[in-house]
Every structure is written in C-alpha cells, then in structure tokens.
Design a protein around this ligand. Structure first.
Ligand SMILES: NC(=O)C1=CN([C@@H]2O[C@H](COP(=O)(O)OP(=O)(O)OC[C@H]3O[C@@H](n4cnc5c(N)ncnc54)[C@H](O)[C@@H]3O)[C@@H](O)[C@H]2O)[C@@H](O)CC1
Ligand SMILES: [K+]
Length: 527
C-alpha cells in the first residue's frame, strides 16, 4: 500500500471510515478530491504529482518492456499528461519512443500542457494504429480516473488497436488504470485495454481488484506520488478497501479460556443426498475456533451426523422425505436460545416446504444469521423479507445465486459485481459476501472490502460451505459482523493458499481447506 494511504477523517454523511485492516482503494471522486487537496491545501504543484506518477510509470515500463521501441499513446486529460512525462523519461534513458497523441495538441490544458512543453525529441504524432503492432511495447495513457462510460470516437479506436497488438504479443503497460476499465467499479462497458502491468498512483483503484477490471490490469504496482498523510477532508475518504491484516484484529484464546468463550454455532441444513454440506460447514466452524458446534438436520438423516463427526453435536428435526419442513421451526427456535450464531442453508434442498421453513426461520431467528446456498435460494426475489430481521445478517452468494436473489441475468452480475452486490445489501439490509477470486464484502451502510484472492485451490465443491462455517464461527465469537465477514473471507483464502502450497492446487478438496484453517488463523499475516 502507498505511504499516503493512512486513515482519514470519516465521512459525516457517507459510510463510516475504513478500519485499519482495509487498505483504501479510492474511487475516482475520492482520488480527485485527494489530488485537489494535495495541490490546493498542501501546496504541491499538480505538475509535480504528474512528474512523480510519470517516474513510477517509467520504472515499471523499463522493467516490463526492457528493449525495443515503445509506443506511448496519450489521451487529452491528465492520464495523457502522465504519458507525456513517461515519453520524455524514456527518451532521456535512450529508449526509442513512438509518441502518439489522440487529441490535437492545442486541446491539451493544465498540467498535461505543461508536460507537453517539457517534452524532448520528436513532437508527438497523430494516432497511427498500424505502428502499434510493430513495437515491442505500448504505454496506455489514454483514459484514467476521469473516464466516463464506454470509450467513444478515436479513443475507442485506439483502445481496440492496443488490444489487437496485445493479442499479437506486444507488451502493454497501463497508466493508472487500463483504458476502458472503470477505475471505481471494475466495470468494462466497451473496448478495454488488457495490460501486462499497471502503474497506479497513490493507491490502487477498486477497478484493478474487482472483476472484470481485475483481469485487465495485469501486475499492479502502486506508485507513491507524495500525497501527504494526516487529517484529510471527508470527500477524500475511500469507502472501498483491500482486505489486509484483519486476522490480527480477531480475539485470541487466552490460557484460561473455556469452550464457553469460543461461541456456540448452529448449522441448519442437510437433505437426502446433501449431508456433506452441513458437515463441512460445521467442521469449518469448529476449525475456525468455535467453542461448540451443533448441526440441526432432518431426523431421517440424523444418524449420518452422529457417526460422521465426533466434535459436532446434532439436533434431529421434523422432516419429510429427508428435508426439513415448517414443523421443524418451533423445536429449533427453542434450541437456538443458547446459540450465538446460526448458519442456515448448506444442503438444505429446494423442496417448497423446506423453502417455507427457511424463510420463517430467517425471519424469526433472533441471533446473527449467515444465509448460504438453499437458504439464499429460498429468498430469490424476496430479499426485502430479510430487511425485517432485527439481528445481523450475512449473505454469501456466488454470482449465480446473487442473480437469482435479484431476479437478474447472471451475465449482469458478471458485468456489474460491485453495483449488484450493493443493490442486494441495500434491499436486504444484510452484509453481502459476493464470492469469487475478487470476493466482495458489501455493507448496507456503504463500506466495501475486496479480497486479494489468488487461492485457486478453493475452486472446488464444498469450499462455499467451509466459508459459511468459518464466518459463522466468527459471528458466534462476537466479532462485529462486517469484520467477521472480512476475516472469514481472509481466513478461508489463506487456508486455500496453504492447501495450494502444501498439497497442490489440482485435486485439493474442501476438507483440506477445513484442516488448514487453524494454521491460517495462527500465522495471520497477509500473503
Ligand atoms: N493532478 C492530478 O489530478 C493528477 C492526475 N493524474 C492522472 O490523471 C488522471 C485523471 O485525469 P483526468 O481527470 O484529466 O481524466 P483522464 O485523463 O482519465 O481522461 C479524461 C479525458 O478523457 C475524455 N473521456 C472521458 N471518458 C471518455 C470516454 N468514455 N470515451 C472517450 N473519451 C473520454 C474526457 O473528455 C477527458 O478529456 C489519473 O488517472 C492519473 O493518471 C496523475 O498525473 C497524478 C496527479
Ligand atoms: K490508462
């Protein structure tokens, strides 16, 4: 994270300030306000910021494209200004530069115009797409955080030409964000550059960590452009952050701890053919540190659970054909009086009566609730029901489940992950954990956490159940729900990375991830 990314003053009307275990990812408006504040209140000249940005971009370009001609393609805003700085620095370092400017030079203004004036060597030429396939590499300085909507006109043509060159093996380094990627959301509305590496200024932008933008960014390097820390005005405060050392913020078991301190988790689910899901969730809850774990399951299947896990208790409940029914509600609610958190949904099944049971339980359970799998499906297009709950709620959908909850196409979720997770959080009043390599944890009040991902061992059946149990255990431990969701995501990710490193990514199974949770918890640090 950049040196400048210290905590700032919380927004008075906006979401609460980010905790220190989230590294701020400023949205475009916050970054603009921060630049303006540094210039106007801290007396740092805009061209100075641009020079430092250009210097960082230059260093990354030298490393990514070590030889051959480099085309630098510049737009008309300050992103193009950074490109003009890098063109000069590359020439000063003896590199061959084909500088292409999309606007007419007289359209440049402000710092970009100053950067043009400092240029050395041949003046920029107009856009020449044919040349882009002949160079060793390209610096994309067309659009940055000032972009709005799908690229149009010559800008779109240039982005398409860069994309074509990249397909043919030309290396691409993006300035701040790959052009065509919305830096604030990761959305890609039209043509977009696919970079090998991105130099981003002051702090990474959310769109470099959120899909599909994440797939366009390549290696992300944060360049410190010298924006000072300390107290800053509310409009500069980021509401999105990258999950950092959240595990350090979790309570640890003291020497005198008893099982009653660890929290009591109930996992409700299971149906004929689907007993593995609640088993994995309950095992994960125990491995994530819960003091007590109980599964509440169809009576017909109870013996499976009695035999399977020595550490987990079971409560047999009324069922029909091996699936829970509304008659299970009253006995379960009475047992929940001693529970600290409920995980509802793993393996529950989709029988209509089971859905009815799940909705009634979610509505009436007076304790922190994590809803997953068929517990979510029971709320398809009925998210508003959850807003009536008076205890914290966490939802853990994957993209398809979120699409069904909202009644939209799953392509829409793929294209607008942040916007639709926010929509679901707003409608349900719940914390929404939208799973993926870029898992998003979205709070109805507006804070968003993004996972670093990169744990491909998790891409196998049952790991979602493991996440549910993990977050359930942290909720039961009394961890504040947004922190519990973020810490659960991070613990799960780290366990997945441990499994990938120790057993191998290919062929790792959900049970391996469960087994790695204590080590992930013990070792803590981000990696
Ligand atoms: N002083 C500052 O504010 C600093 C800004 N920096 C750079 O400046 C960038 C932001 O600069 P700007 O705010 O000037 O904006 P940009 O340079 O990102 O782009 C804005 C220009 O692109 C055009 N445009 C926007 N959306 C378009 C679309 N969909 N299709 C075609 N054209 C479109 C606009 O008309 C505008 O002229 C950052 O990303 C960063 O690279 C850095 O130099 C650091 C300091
Ligand atoms: K760019």
């Amino acid at each position: 994270m950049s040196a400048g990314a210290q905590p700032a003053v919380p927004g008075e009307n906006g979401p609460p300030a980010l905790p220190d275990w989230l590294d701020p990812l400023p949205e475009a408006a916050a970054q603009r306000a921060l630049d303006r504040w540094a210039i106007e209140q801290r007396g740092i000249a805009g061209i100075e910021l641009m020079e430092r940005a250009g210097r960082g971009l230059f260093e990354l370009t030298q490393r990514t494209i070590p030889g051959g001609t480099i085309a630098v393609v510049c737009g008309k805003g300050n992103n193009g200004g950074d490109g003009l700085v890098v063109a000069r620095l590359l020439r000063e370092a003896g590199r061959e530069v084909d500088l292409q400017l999309l606007p007419d030079p007289h359209e440049l203004h402000g710092d970009a115009l100053l950067a043009l004036g400092r240029l050395c060597g041949a003046p920029p030429r107009i856009f020449n797409p044919g040349a882009l396939v002949e160079v060793a590499g390209i610096v994309d300085a067309i659009l940055g955080t000032g972009a709005t909507g799908a690229p149009h006109g010559l800008v779109c043509d240039a982005i398409e030409a860069i994309a074509l060159a990249a397909e043919r093996g030309v290396k691409v380094v993006a300035c701040d964000v790959p052009s065509g990627v919305d830096g604030s959301t990761g959305e890609v509305a039209g043509a977009a550059v696919r970079a090998d590496a991105t130099a981003t200024f002051h702090a990474a932008k959310p769109g470099l960590w959120i899909a599909p933008g994440k797939q366009h960014a390549g290696t992300v390097e944060v360049v410190d452009i010298g924006i000072p820390g300390g107290e800053r005005p509310p409009e500069t405060v980021a509401s999105i952050g990258l999950i950092g050392n959240v595990l350090d913020a979790l309570p640890r078991r003291g020497a005198a701890a008893t099982k009653f301190d660890g929290g009591n988790v109930f996992v409700c689910g299971g149906s004929t053919g689907l007993t593995g899901a609640p088993s994995l969730a309950s095992a994960a809850a125990a491995r994530a540190g819960a003091g007590y774990v109980t599964v509440a399951v169809p009576a017909a299947l109870n013996l499976v659970f009695e035999l399977r896990q020595a550490e987990v208790m079971s409560v047999p409940l009324p069922d029909a054909d091996g699936a829970l029914v509304p008659d299970a509600l009253a006995p379960l609610l009475s047992r929940l009086e001693r529970a600290d958190a409920l995980v509802l949904g793993p393996g529950l099944g989709r029988a209509p009566a089971t859905g009815e049971f799940a909705r009634a339980l979610a509505a009436q359970a007076p304790l922190p609730l994590l809803l997953d799998a068929d517990g979510l499906n029971a709320h398809d297009e009925r998210l508003e029901l959850l807003a009536e709950r008076n205890a914290p709620t966490v939802l853990t959908p994957h993209g398809g489940e979120l699409a069904r909850l909202l009644g939209v196409d799953s392509d829409a979720v793929r294209a607008q992950r942040l916007a639709l997770a926010r929509e679901a959080a707003k409608r349900s009043g719940a914390i929404v954990v939208l799973k993926g390599d870029d898992t998003l944890v979205v709070e109805p009040e507006g804070r968003v956490a993004v996972s670093r991902g990169d744990a491909p061992a998790l891409a196998t059946a049952g790991t979602g159940d493991v996440l549910s149990g993990t977050i359930g255990a942290l909720l039961a431990r009394g961890v504040e729900p947004f922190a519990a969701a973020c810490a659960g995501v991070e613990l799960h990710r780290r366990a997945g990375r441990i499994v990938g490193a120790e057993i191998g990514v290919e062929g790792a199974i959900a049970g391996d991830v469960v087994a790695a949770l204590p080590t992930a918890r013990r070792d803590g640090a981000v990696g």
